[in-house]
Design a protein around this ligand. Structure first.
Ligand code: SF4
Length: 67
């Protein structure tokens, strides 16, 4: 799984609170995410962050397409 933050981000920072290892706020106060594959131990947190974003700005991309 990879993550992308779209332009819908409003900087609410729920994602940073939930998964500080995956998201941080950039200098514009908007979320940016760690590039590349989400480590297996953080997938659950990533999914929680996706579900918790009020603007649905976090997109999870499943490269494996297995589920
Ligand atoms: S929770 Fe959503 S709106 Fe808030 S900072 Fe993260 S991506 Fe942006």
């Amino acid at each position: 799984m990879r993550l992308e933050v779209t332009s819908e981000c409003m900087g609410v920072a729920n994602c940073v609170g939930i998964a500080p290892l995956l998201f941080k706020l950039n200098e514009e106060g908007l979320s940016s995410t760690m590039p590349g594959e989400v480590p297996a131990v953080l997938v659950e947190k990533a999914q929680h962050a996706v579900a918790s974003c009020p603007t649905r700005a976090i997109v999870a991309i499943d490269d494996n397409n297995d589920g």
